[in-house]
Write a protein that binds this ligand. Structure first.
Ligand code: GLV
Ligand code: MG
Length: 366
């Protein structure tokens, strides 16, 4: 672990005199959808204030998808939007340019003094190893100290290089600022030299095929056989989830580029949710609704989880519910679901109503 390169007792000391004290725990703030907007696009920028309260995170994107000629306009646009908007319960994040780009230093030295008090999280793209996080960590501390900020800005890394994946655990543990990781399937595919041309999602060629039927022990290779498309991203998401869980930070799916294919988008998001991710990116307003639905536990799951919690009493031993064995370990899974439902209900009145309605049903049944 890279934390060992500093004495553990120094790990939570500010990296600049006067910088805010690092957090010991990363707050579990709802972030089902991280909605990307281009701050250099006046039409998109104008919509931002109306989106406050409708999405968990608004992210001003400065990196890829912003043309080189618009980099400064995007940075200035983000400063203006942040200064003029009251974000209420909605978090404000940004994605800065890559650390090897000519723009990133100006991104940091402009944003932190101007809107550092409004920025919750800075997303750093193309992170390769702990050294990238150390660089951002120190410079943020210097800028926070200079600006007199009271709350540390958190850092989120995009996992989108082969070396980044190989170093995923050390990246997560590189700084107490680390808030989470997102999968960057487009850059990661390119860096790995995968033979795909898409932004996230599956591929029809990545499949398994059932065995041929046999007649008298002879395989009929001419028979038609079912095939099942596989998830190209399973390995990376699973590694990401473990690395994040081990360090008490949060994993996210990333972009799903086929905006029109809402069904496949929902499937990809759900796979990530089931594996342990807390949210995803939204590249179009219609993906916000998908993300909010998928990354909120279903009413049925919450109802079941509450039943298990109630049936398990002091949390030890085993009980039978509907013919299934429940024990300490299934209780812990249920508690994850119940706690998440409570966190989300606190910011989402519609969801709260749905979860409360089942609580009412359970009481009237009892
Ligand atoms: C996101 O940045 C990606 O490269 O997929
Ligand atoms: Mg990328």
């Amino acid at each position: 672990m890279t934390a060992a390169s500093r004495s553990p007792k120094d790990f939570f000391r500010p990296l600049a005199v006067g910088a805010p004290t690092p957090l010991r725990e990363i707050p579990a703030r709802p972030s089902r959808a991280i909605h990307f907007f281009d701050p250099s696009n006046p039409k998109m920028a104008a919509k931002v204030p109306d989106m406050v309260g409708t999405v968990d995170v608004l992210l001003g994107n400065l990196e890829d998808a912003i043309k080189a000629d618009n980099k400064e306009a995007a940075r200035e646009g983000l400063v203006r939007i942040a200064q003029e908007t009251d974000f209420g319960p909605t978090q404000l994040w940004t994605r800065i340019n890559a650390l090897d780009s000519p723009w990133v230093l100006d991104d940091l030295t402009t944003l932190v003094p101007a809107i550092g008090d409004k920025l919750d999280v800075i997303m750093v793209p193309k992170v390769q190893g702990a050294e990238d996080i150390h660089y951002v960590d120190r410079i943020l501390a210097q800028l926070e100290a200079k600006a007199g900020l009271e709350k540390p800005i958190l850092v989120h890394a995009i996992l989108e290089t082969a070396r980044g994946v190989a170093n995923v655990e050390e990246i997560c543990g590189a700084s107490p600022r680390m808030q989470g990781l997102s999968l960057g399937p487009a850059d990661l595919a390119a860096d790995r030299r995968m033979k795909t041309t898409r932004v996230g999602g599956g591929h029809p060629g990545y499949l398994v095929r059932e065995d041929p039927p046999r007649l008298d022990g002879v395989a009929n290779l001419e028979a038609s056989r079912a095939t099942y498309q596989q998830d190209l991203w399973h390995y990376t998401i699973a590694r990401m989830v473990d690395a994040c869980a081990m360090h008490g930070i949060y994993p996210y799916y990333g972009p799903f580029g086929d905006i029109s294919d809402t069904t496949a988008c929902e499937d990809q998001f759900r796979n990530a949710f089931l594996l342990g991710c807390v949210g995803t990116w939204s590249l179009h307003p219609k993906q916000i609704a998908i993300a909010n639905r998928v990354f909120s536990p279903s009413v049925e799951d919450v109802a079941h989880a509450r039943r298990v919690v109630a049936a398990m009493g002091d949390g030890t031993g085993a009980v039978m519910l509907d013919g299934k064995m429940e024990d300490d370990a299934s209780l812990k899974q249920c508690l994850v679901m119940v706690e998440l439902a409570e966190q989300l209900a606190a910011v989402d009145p519609e969801l709260k109503q749905q979860y409360d309605a089942i609580a009412g049903d359970e009481q009237s049944e009892a």
